[in-house]
Ligand binder design. Structure first.
Ligand SMILES: CCCCCCCCCCC/C=C/C(=O)SCCNC(=O)CCNC(=O)[C@H](O)C(C)(C)COP(=O)(O)OP(=O)(O)OC[C@H]1O[C@@H](n2cnc3c(N)ncnc32)[C@H](O)[C@@H]1OP(=O)(O)O
Length: 364
């Protein structure tokens, strides 16, 4: 069958939507407008929205692109969308072989499930049997997912965990994979990776929201200081046992935690490894609100869906106004923390703690 005779199925269409998020290169505004218009036409039909005001430049450009499609049938719009995405990404054909039951999920991630719906991109840590510990692949995939989310149509981005944990932090087996260049090379590359990883959170342009479904450890806690809101189940705990692990604070927590919760309270967490309950973390300002486990998911997602209906430009611009003064400072803190950690990772204190965990002699 030639392409014009083909009719893209709903699944082809959804695969193409996911593929757009994985594009390595920004396709540019013109193509993005075309994609937007075809998507709206394929899902809602002829443009039925009131024309935005002249000063609402972005929404007016979107409206114009959609309206220009006139009464193009939904099926044709769906096919044109799939064809356009396929022309942007030669790998679309092969990646359309997603497993059954993965509709609406993005493909290509090993350690995450990424979905985008109702104006919300959800990035879910997906290593539940390892308590969502963050291995090297997951650091890379989170960065990739955040970069895609910063450019997609969503209004807010949510991080959450699959299973009983939010995340147990850095996967301690990351310490065992030593390259031919030796431990010094490993430490240097890990510091570069960590700096880039935390940098993605510092620079993220849309509201970033953590839905903390269970215990959180290490870097998954420290990063919360860079989020715009943190909603927690009353089952969640917050633990940063850096001294116990012979390590030192990261994720800009050496700067954000004393500001959020006072220097003395930050000391208890970051130096003495005090584990906070969700209620305590909320009282200290690290958590925005705590919900009973029985109603957590329902209440939080209802609230997030309402946030995602707010005018996108106002939301994005407000985040920029709130965050921009601190950005340079946060990058400097991040660089310093990573540099200090390089020394820690080479220390006997750190080596012993990791060996004890991996040989099952210790747990938090
Ligand atoms: C040379 C330098 C390279 C460094 C590369 C670094 C890159 C950036 C680093 C950024 C700095 C980050 C710092 C941190 O995040 S510090 C926090 C690290 N996390 C921990 O120390 C947690 C360790 N885990 C535990 O103590 C327990 O597992 C836990 C209390 C979380 C849960 O206990 P529970 O009894 O409920 O469950 P299990 O222990 O049976 O867990 C199930 C299996 O999952 C494995 N697991 C869990 N967490 C981790 C982890 N963080 N790393 C590796 N593996 C983990 C656990 O071992 C179980 O596996 P098995 O079934 O095989 O036993």
């Amino acid at each position: 069958m030639n392409r014009t005779a083909m009719r893209a199925s709903q699944k082809d269409f959804e695969d193409a939507m996911n593929q757009v998020k994985l594009l390595k290169k920004d396709p540019g505004n013109e193509v993005k407008l075309k994609l937007y218009a075809l998507y709206k036409q394929a899902t809602e039909g002829t443009c039925n929205m009131p024309k935005p005001g002249v000063f609402d430049l972005i929404n007016k450009a979107k409206w114009d692109a959609w309206n220009a499609l006139g009464s193009l049938p939904k099926e044709a719009a769906r096919q044109n969308y799939v064809d356009l995405v396929s022309s942007l990404s030669p790998s679309l054909e092969s990646s359309s072989q997603v497993e059954p039951g993965t509709d609406r999920k993005s493909t290509g991630f090993e350690t995450l499930v990424v979905t985008s719906e109702d104006g919300i991109t959800k990035i879910m840590f997906n290593r539940p049997t390892r308590k969502n510990a963050i291995n090297t692949e997951m650091y890379h995939e989170i960065m990739h997912a955040l970069k895609a989310a910063s450019k997609d149509d969503s209004i807010i981005t949510v991080l959450t965990g699959n299973g009983d944990y939010y995340s147990s932090g850095n996967d301690l087996t990351n310490f065992t994979d030593i390259p031919p260049g030796g431990v010094e090379e490993k430490v240097k590359n890990s510091a570069i990776l960590l700096r880039e990883f935390v940098g993605c959170f510092i620079d993220f342009p849309k509201p970033l929201i953590a839905v903390v479904n269970g215990p959180a450890v290490g870097i998954s806690v420290t990063l919360l200081g860079l989020f715009d809101a943190v909603y927690a189940s009353d089952r969640a705990t917050f633990h940063t046992p850096f001294s116990h692990l012979g390590q030192s604070p990261e994720g800009c927590s050496s700067y954000t935690f004393p500001k959020i919760m006072s220097p003395a309270k930050a000391t208890e967490m970051l130096i003495f490894g005090k584990k906070l309950t969700a209620g305590e973390a909320c009282a200290q300002g690290l958590v925005t609100e705590v919900f009973p486990e029985s109603t957590f998911q329902k209440e939080v997602w209802t609230r997030l869906k309402a946030f995602a209906k707010l005018p996108p430009n106002a939301v994005r611009i407000s985040k920029e106004v709130i965050r921009k003064r601190e950005r340079e400072k946060l990058h400097a803190v991040n660089a310093e923390e990573c540099s200090v950690l390089q020394g820690r990772w080479l220390s006997d204190e750190c080596t012993n703690a990791v060996v004890n965990f991996l040989s099952r002699k210790s747990k938090l």
